[in-house]
Design a protein around this ligand. Structure first.
Ligand code: AMP
Ligand code: GLY
Length: 423
């Protein structure tokens, strides 16, 4: 099978790395890829927002199967356009991708299917949003309706903070994504993510993970796309898992199928484990970044036939096996991220690390001859396996410490919740 992965992040490097191990694969391409993906796939330069150009690339390279990574391409309907041109593609339809593309869409589905989630209001003007805020008080959560690179959510501890977030949204801080605002009840609990493959009717639950969204140690600082993650997340017990599949995942899958927009892809459920049981925080309609990096390190099974089964509605009967180990990943980011940051600083030492249990997935990197340059916010994902979260953490930080990159930074406490719990 000739496969094309779309994307350029750590998630796509991890997917490509795993697909490259499949005996079904004959040739792997990635577009556009990054400074690390060239070791497992052929990088193809293309503007992935230009769907016609992606289709042309598929024709040129006689691609049998396309795997779409990033949320922006899912929400833009790249999958629909690639399928319309006759190619098999792992990517939810634009209609089903609304699960991630519109928070209001997901809240309405939760209402319809009785899926446990935070109480909410949805507003298209500032006055109505503020009026609702004053009836609710704080703490409260303000969300731009559309995609905002993980930055459109304010967990407001005071009414003043909430007012400011509402005014920001309606004054265009998130562009069109903030034209509608969802205001949610604040849910108290621990967050966990569950990943489930779905082919429209059948599901195959993958595994759990916990990520670290804040920029700095102790979960402080601004929200980011994710500064690290580990998998599995033991906080999700068998009982909570069963309840989540029954009360959250199945109603979502059945609800979307009943609407005539079946979900085919990976469902990434962000959950809050509250005193009243698991509640949905949000859905993403693609793999997590950096959660994929830890999941791929743990996956024993061949990923390629699973993704293909999702795309061809043949998931029934498939199973998935995992290493009986933890994986943990630490993100190295350019100083300044998630705000503004420079590009082009040199990273040394990456290629020198060569341990069976540790792997470097690249995100914002670029090759310049023999030099490796930082070319983005999140730059490298140092990912390690261990028998405990602590062992995986120690190995990952040993990898981090082997890197010479003064312009970068990372958190030093990835995995702290689980490590504290197991002490
Ligand atoms: P979202 O983009 O919807 O996942 O929100 C980003 C982050 O904001 C989540 O991962 C949570 O940490 C937090 N958050 C979102 N909604 C709520 C809520 N209703 N209650 C508490 N925290 C929330
Ligand atoms: N790690 C958060 C995300 O992929 O959205």
């Amino acid at each position: 099978m000739r496969v094309l992965v779309i994307g350029s992040g750590g998630r796509e490097h991890a997917l490509a790395w795993k697909i490259a191990q499949s005996p079904l694969l004959t040739k792997l391409f990635i577009a556009p890829g990054n400074g690390g993906t060239g070791s497992v796939a052929e990088n193809l330069a293309v503007d992935v927002t230009d769907h016609a150009a992606v289709v042309a690339l598929c024709r040129q390279h006689q691609i049998d199967f396309v795997v779409v990574g990033p949320d922006a391409q899912v929400v833009a309907g790249l999958g629909d356009d690639v399928r319309a041109a006759g190619f098999t593609c792992f990517c939810p339809s634009k209609a089903a991708g609304q699960l991630e593309g519109s928070k209001g869409f997901t809240k309405a589905l939760c209402d319809e299917m009785d899926i446990p989630t935070a109480a909410y209001g949805r507003f298209d003007n500032e006055a109505a949003a503020l009026a609702y805020l004053y009836t609710q008080g704080a703490p409260i959560v303000i969300k731009a309706d559309g995609l905002a690179a993980g930055k459109g959510v304010t967990v407001a501890m005071s009414v003043e903070e909430a007012e400011e977030a509402i005014i920001d949204c309606f004054s265009g801080a998130f562009g069109a994504s903030g034209a509608e605002v969802v205001i949610e009840e604040f849910m108290e609990g621990e967050e966990v993510s569950l990943f489930v493959l779905c082919d429209g009717t059948n599901i195959l639950p993958l595994t759990t993970a916990q990520d670290h969204k804040r920029a700095f140690d102790g979960d402080t600082g601004p929200n980011t796309g994710g500064m690290g993650a580990y998998s599995p997340a033991p906080v999700m017990t068998r009982e909570i898992y069963d309840e989540t599949i029954e009360r959250v995942i199945w109603p979502t899958v059945r609800g979307l199928a009943a609407r005539g927009t079946p979900y085919q892809g990976v469902l990434y459920a962000g959950l809050m484990l509250t005193e009243d049981g698991p509640k949905l925080v949000e859905y993403n309609a693609r793999f997590g970044d950096p959660e994929t990096q830890v999941m791929m390190m743990r996956m024993e099974s061949d990923l390629l036939p699973l993704l293909h089964a999702v795309a061809t509605s043949t998931l029934a009967g498939h199973d998935v096996a995992w290493k009986d180990q933890f994986a943990l990943t630490v993100i190295l980011a350019t100083q300044g991220y998630p705000g503004s940051y420079g590009k082009g600083s040199e990273i040394k030492g990456v290629d020198a690390v060569n341990a069976e249990h540790t792997h470097f997935f690249h995100a914002g990197t670029r090759r310049d001859g023999d030099r490796l340059l930082a070319w983005g916010g999140r730059v490298l994902n140092v990912t390690a396996l261990g028998d405990t979260v602590l062992e995986a953490q120690q190995r990952a930080y040993a990898g981090v410490d082997a890197i010479d990159w003064p312009e970068g930074f990372c958190r030093r406490d990835i995995g702290w919740r689980e490590i504290a719990r197991s002490r």
